[in-house]
Design a protein around this ligand. Structure first.
Ligand code: PMP
Length: 281
């Protein structure tokens, strides 16, 4: 893999920023994770649109255009020599003496391009377990902000209980995972939490919506509770790096038959086909 910061390509372990950097000191920045299949960034424009939306939401003065980011990302992928990889792109409010007020300096743009770490086959085939966790985050979770402490803590709690993901719950209703969107299947229909300030508008969520249409599965954006989830026929989560992951156990209770569900796998296979078609383009 390779690194990039403010116009310069560097090794992943090289020092990148001075100690007084807004991202390090305040988490004052935003990011995106983009999946690359066969050298081609998947859903790049959608990721860049979300990046600029997050940037506007935190009043970042980004001078670069969407086209410049598009070129930069493609250049970095080419330089990495990797074809199935992930681009991590981060923009912070820059380098300046620590002070809460916005500094009058350019934003810092950094990037890594790294090989994908594939999800273990056992999780693909047998599904994963999850816990419920109180959603302790702020009121603007639609912003892909660097402030991930509540996500990190919840995810670690899940891990320590032998689970793959923590499903976050706000006032009894499921919001999303610590780094994923959450879906349930009931009587062949897919339900997911409606977009609001409380969740990230996942790009994979958008892909699943499109894929559902193609395979004639009804896709319903409707809030659901912890109890609805536990009683669902199937549960799955999505994100850019893992695509679709079946969740077969929550809080120690089996979901449906306790195996990856039929609708989940249908969507997963169709998504794989989408991506395969992309490779040939
Ligand atoms: N919600 C949260 C909190 C996330 O961190 C992620 C992963 N970026 C997602 C949802 C899924 O988003 P995407 O499909 O764009 O990766």
């Amino acid at each position: 893999g390779i690194g990039y910061i403010n116009g310069k390509y560097i090794g992943l372990n090289e020092n990148a920023v001075p100690i007084e950097e807004r991202g390090c000191q305040f988490g004052d920045g935003i990011y995106e994770v983009i999946r690359v299949y066969n050298g081609k960034p998947f859903m790049l424009d959608e990721h860049l649109a979300r990046l600029l939306k997050s940037g506007n939401a935190i009043k970042l003065q980004i001078k670069q255009s969407m086209e410049e980011f598009r070129m930069l990302i493609k250049e970095a992928i080419a330089k990495s020599g990797l074809s199935n990889c992930c681009v991590y792109l981060q923009i912070t409010r820059g380098i300046s003496a620590r002070n809460h007020l916005f500094p009058d300096v350019p934003v810092s743009i950094s990037m890594t391009v790294k090989q994908i770490i594939p999800l273990p086959d056992s999780i693909r085939e047998k599904g994963a377990a999850a816990i419920f966790h109180e959603d302790e985050r702020w009121a603007n979770c639609y912003i892909k902000s660097l402030n991930l402490l509540p996500n990190v803590l919840a995810r670690q709690t899940a891990y320590e209980q032998g689970c793959f993901e923590a499903i976050l719950v706000r006032e009894g209703m499921v919001t999303e995972g610590t780094s994923s969107n959450v879906f349930i299947v009931k009587q062949g229909k897919v339900y997911t939490t409606p977009l609001s300030r409380n969740i990230l508008a996942g790009i994979t969520r958008m892909v699943v919506k499109r894929v559902s249409e193609v395979v004639n599965v009804q896709f319903i954006e409707q809030a659901f509770s912890k109890e609805d989830l536990v009683g669902a026929d199937e549960v799955f989560i999505t994100n850019t790096t893992s695509e679709i992951v079946p969740i077969v156990k929550v809080e120690g209770k089996k979901i449906g038959t306790g195996a990856p569900g039929e609708v989940t796998m249908k969507l997963y296979h169709k998504l794989q086909q989408f991506v395969a078609d992309l490779k040939e383009m």
